[in-house]
Design a protein around this ligand. Structure first.
Ligand code: FAD
Length: 591
């Protein structure tokens, strides 16, 4: 069973050497968050996740929660870890100081989020959902709701959920049926059934605050008729009309109770304006989408660690170039080029995407803290563009990385005790919830790209061009050209799809997933170029960490020569268009 090890050195590399956090944060007026503070947080979080949360991962997978008489119980170790999490102050890192939080910029706590996801994804979901709810309530809630609920959620004393999905309404929220009827005292009576509600009930805390999408009696049909309600499990200690009917038996994240929740005239209060529910929920969902991207990244990191460990330990066969471990009866499997292909692919995907995720969070800091409105708007547009890429690319990649980790292990990878197969099972849900990856791609291409005539893509292209300016070492020139060519082809694909969509709206859906993947691979190529530049400079400067930086360059090379070429397949699929996805009847599939 693999325990989690925090990739401390890579956090340092990305946060300090590539993103230059200290300088950037000082420019944003947050000079108080210096390297020493960030490193202190990283070290403490590494210790916490390696020793406290990592064992929860497999414990939750084997034991899981149970439900009896409408109440969910989680393994006792979950509760103890959660109490320590709150006691140690991890819960309120991002939240505003006004509500009991620490108001830290994302660059100071993003790696903590990754460590929590990587060490115990299912357990982490409880606190991750609360963070999103804090954002939604603090931006859209009334002063009374903020006073009554925020501090309790910020400190972790209570947790929160998001209740959207119903049996007949998943992606299509416009057909939600849950109702909210106004009461004389200004509250609402909420009734309906929500399914698949993560951490909908549990015994780690005494109260749970549900954010529920529902319809007022006079609501218009569709999503414009949805309003958001805050519905607590308990009000002043007394049970409200909220009950967990059952929990799901699932493929993965066994440690997270996925609940069917019934609301029977449950007392709640509106958050935001009538009919504005979806917009309020989007505050929570955008946070959650980046958070789900971090889940993908955390699992890829686990896959990388497991793959590397096994590749250096397992003895099978001999190197094609002659025995390496002569004293043993076989060489470690890392001698085989195909195993190196797998572990280097793990490294190139995981570490490249880490920079993409952290860069996106740095842009969120800029959106939040920059002095000028212009800078804030610029960052906001880039964040909006990158959120669906981070959510979708990092989670689809987690399916590849976790599968590779199993493959490196051979038969042992398929056996539960080894622990690698859990990562693969856990990864799949990240491609589904918070809007499936297909829906992310539609959002990306439809709203974020074509919705503003490709302006956001041009903004990102300008950022990329800016960072490529100046002297680049000779050895990196071909990679810079590859990124430049990718950006140009991205623009050409945008024009092509834009024109086609004018004639046939189905061209959008036909292109979206491949278009997003194309863009994602190009942006990660840019990330690798940035990292290669730093590594090259460190080596030229005679760094004592030669192997670390050489490892970076090896992964960069693999990315550019073996993974970036995948863009050609994505581009071909985009160009193939809707004509290759004809409308067929069931009979066409007869076999
Ligand atoms: C473990 C787990 C935890 C969850 N946690 C929560 C939670 O905490 N709160 C909550 O509210 N929900 C939660 N969900 C629900 C989750 O968000 C939904 O399952 C998800 O949004 C997809 O909805 P669906 O399952 O109804 O699939 P459907 O909407 O039926 O989609 C089926 C397929 O059709 C595709 N599709 C659907 N509509 C379109 C379209 N317009 N264009 C293109 N393709 C389309 C989808 O991409 C998908 O591939 C959870 C689900 C699971 C399994």
């Amino acid at each position: 069973m693999y325990e989690y090890r925090a990739p401390r050195r890579d956090f340092q590399f990305v946060i300090h050497e590539v993103l230059e956090a200290e300088r950037v944060l000082a420019g944003l007026g947050r000079a108080d968050v210096n390297r020493e503070l960030i490193d202190g947080i990283l070290e403490e979080a590494a210790r916490f996740t390696e020793t406290v949360t990592s064992p929860l991962n497999w414990q939750g997978d084997w034991e899981g929660p149970t439900v009896a008489d409408g109440a969910v119980s989680v393994p006792p170790a979950f509760k103890a870890a959660y109490q320590q999490y709150c006691r140690d102050g991890w819960a309120g890192m991002a939240a505003d100081t006004e509500f009991g939080g620490q108001g830290l910029p994302a660059l100071a706590h993003i790696a903590v989020g990754e460590m929590l996801c990587g060490s115990a994804m299912a357990w982490r979901m409880a606190s991750g959902l609360s963070e999103g709810a804090v954002l939604a309530i603090s931006r859209h809630g009334s002063d009374a709701l903020k006073t009554r609920y925020l501090e309790k959620i910020v400190t972790g004393e209570w947790t929160a959920t998001m209740c959207l999905t119903e049996p007949q309404a998943g992606t299509d929220l416009g057909i939600l049926r849950t109702r909210a009827t106004p009461a004389a005292d200004g509250s609402f009576a909420v009734s309906g059934t929500k399914i698949f509600i993560s951490w909908g009930d549990h015994d780690m805390v005494e109260n749970i605050v549900h954010l529920v999408l529902a319809r007022l009696p006079d609501a218009v049909p569709g999503t414009k008729g949805l309003s958001l309600f805050l519905v607590p499990k308990r009000i002043e200690g007394k049970a409200n009309g909220v009950r967990c009917e059952s929990i799901e038996h699932k493929m993965g994240i066994h440690g997270s109770p996925t609940c069917v929740m019934s609301f029977a005239d449950a007392k709640g209060w509106i958050v935001g304006s009538p009919g504005g529910g979806l917009a309020c929920m989007f505050t929570m969902m955008n946070h959650a989408r980046l958070g789900v991207g971090l889940q993908g990244l955390g699992l890829s990191e686990r896959a990388l660690q497991a793959g590397v460990s096994y590749a250096f330990e397992r003895l099978q066969g001999r190197s094609a170039r002659g025995p390496v471990a002569r004293e043993k009866n076989a060489d470690p499997i890392i001698v085989h080029p195909d195993v190196r292909r797998m572990v280097l692919t793990l490294k190139a995907l995981t570490e490249g995407q880490r920079l993409l995720a952290y860069y996106t969070y740095l842009l969120e800091d800029t959106e939040h803290f920059a002095a000028s409105q212009e800078e804030r708007d610029h960052a906001k547009e880039l964040v909006a563009l990158l959120v669906p890429i981070v959510k979708s690319l990092l989670t689809d990649t987690a399916m590849e990385t976790t599968s590779l980790a199993v493959q490196v292990h051979g038969g042992a990878g398929f056996i539960r005790e080894t622990g690698a197969e859990q990562f693969l099972r856990d990864a799949k849900i990240s491609c589904i919830y918070e809007g499936t990856n297909g829906i992310q791609a539609l959002d990306f291409l439809g709203r974020k790209v074509l919705g503003n005539g490709g302006a956001s893509v041009k903004l990102l292209a300008a950022e990329i061009a800016k960072s490529l300016a100046g002297d680049l070492p000779e050895a990196l020139q071909p990679w810079a050209l590859a990124v430049k060519a990718g950006v140009e082809e991205w623009a050409a694909l945008t024009r092509l799809v834009g024109e086609r969509v004018q004639k046939d709206p189905e061209e959008l859906g036909a292109a979206a997933v491949d278009y997003l993947n194309f863009a994602g691979y190009v942006v990660v190529g840019w990330c690798w170029l940035r990292m290669a530049r730093v590594a090259t400079a460190a080596l030229a400067g005679g760094s004592a960490e030669k192997a670390f930086y050489e490892g970076k360059l090896a992964a960069a090379r693999l990315y550019f020569e073996r993974l970036l070429p995948r863009t050609q397949t994505f581009a071909a699929a985009v160009r193939a268009g809707a004509a290759t996805l004809p409308t067929l009847t069931r009979e066409h599939f007869a076999a």
